[in-house]
Structure formats: structure tokens, C-alpha cells
Design a protein around this ligand. Structure first.
Ligand SMILES: [Zn+2]
Length: 68
């Protein structure tokens, strides 16, 4: 990627838990690269979600998938 002007990257994102449907707001570690993928346990129901995170023009997108 070659961006002439770097927009500040959002340092938080949100997703909907695949198990309980709650909206979860998470801090994002922008130093870990773009995109990112990791598993996080839902703070509400403790079920794991696979999170895929990427930034587009500095805007974070978090996609949650159920862990199988
Ligand atoms: Zn949940």
C-alpha cells in the first residue's frame, strides 16, 4: 500500500458476538499490522470469536466469525 497521506488509524472497533449477539467494543493494536486476525473470547458470554480486523482509509472494520 502506498498512501500519500496517512489518515490516523482508529484505535478501537466493534463487532457483534457470534454467540450472544452483544455489541463488543474492543481496543485495537494498530502496531500489530493491517490486516489482523485473532481469536478473542467474548467478555459477555466467554465464547470465542475469530476476529478479522482491517483498516480502510483509517477506518477500522471488525468481522467476527464463530470458531468451529
Ligand atoms: Zn458473546
Amino acid at each position: 500500500m502506498n498512501e500519500p497521506l496517512r489518515d490516523p488509524m482508529q484505535e478501537e472497533g466493534c463487532y457483534y458476538c457470534t454467540a450472544c449477539g452483544e455489541q463488543i467494543i474492543i481496543p485495537l493494536d494498530i502496531s500489530a499490522g493491517n490486516p489482523q486476525e485473532y481469536i478473542e473470547d467474548c467478555p459477555v458470554c466467554c465464547r470465542p470469536n475469530i476476529l478479522r480486523i482491517f483498516w480502510s482509509n483509517g477506518i477500522s472494520e471488525v468481522v467476527a466469525e464463530a470458531e468451529s
